[in-house]
Ligand binder design. Sequence first.
Ligand SMILES: NC(=O)c1ccc[n+]([C@@H]2O[C@H](COP(=O)([O-])OP(=O)(O)OC[C@H]3O[C@@H](n4cnc5c(N)ncnc54)[C@H](O)[C@@H]3O)[C@@H](O)[C@H]2O)c1
Length: 336
Amino acid sequence: MKVFEKLGVAVVGTGYFGRFHARVFKELPEVYLCGVFDTDIKRAETVAREIGSRTYREFEELLDDRNVEAVNLCVSDQAHREPATNICRAGKHLLVEKPLATTIEDCDAIIEAADKAGVKLMVGHILRYDPRYRIAREKVIEGEIGDIIQFYARRSNPIIAARRLGDRCGKYTVIYHNAVHDLDQMLWTLPGDKIKASAFSREGLLQSEGIGVSDAVVTILKFENEAVGLMENCWALPEEHPMLIDAVFEITGIRGKIIIDARQQGLAVFKHHGGFEYTDTMYWPEFKGRVGGALKEELSDFVRCGIWDHNAECGRPLILPLPYQQLLLSHHSPQS
Ligand SMILES: NC(=O)c1ccc[n+]([C@@H]2O[C@H](COP(=O)([O-])OP(=O)(O)OC[C@H]3O[C@@H](n4cnc5c(N)ncnc54)[C@H](O)[C@@H]3O)[C@@H](O)[C@H]2O)c1
């Protein structure tokens, strides 16, 4: 156990999300941000300059830096395996952004590398740090609504999400990027390995823009305890949609029901002359240049694990269940 010391952290991947992570680590008093790395060196330099940190020119330089005790991996979903396994082999704790990886083989390789090296492995499932979702789960565990009958989850975004992320995880990128949040929440609330899934997708609008991903995917789930679930994920909401994250989560039990309306962040800003703003108050909101919310909670939990050798509140990482993956890979869209 360390006393009066900081945890040395580095951030790998300084794109959209890594920039926020680097900023939070820079602000956490119990962290020394050793530096950032991105294969796009210009991007890394921009972020380093903005937050007052340094860049590593090569990934190996970061791995060899003995001050780096923990690494936050924020690279694209499909590219986690190689850097993640190398970080573990170098003996550094690892926080990998969700999803852990996009194939079972990659997930297994990362878990094996972490177990072999004896380092902490945490997956950044941010909903586990959103007070609404964690309280909902507590209520289920305390038996307030009895045995679960069904889950319902929706997590959709305006079309700008698809334009930014594209088909980096293939046709069903919206599943790897969005659905994984709610699926993790369901399995965190109702653990069980045996899950059946069936999915249907619709293609057309995004493909007409040259983006090779489904407009929407609907997934039907059956859990080990006989509970059923439904997930909707759409990346084709209008650009002007007033919410950046259109998310709802419901749990129906034999004695009650829990509803999380995550569309409402409690703050709406509408302007004359057609202007509007997506305003985040829950996930990584900014106030006076500092980043807070669930992201800060998540990263603080990771740091506590590194410093005090705790296990993350987050627990085991979610691996996209195999039948679900196979189904998505093999199903036919209603159009075909
Ligand atoms: N929890 C959430 O709500 C949330 C939100 C957004 C993104 N994410 C996750 O964060 C991760 C990053 O997403 P993003 O939106 O920032 O993507 P992004 O494309 O904006 O950034 C990815 C960055 O990684 C860099 N990169 C790629 N391979 C690399 C490698 N091997 N080594 C170093 N750098 C590499 C790229 O150059 C790029 O700068 C993804 O896993 C994504 O799912 C999570």
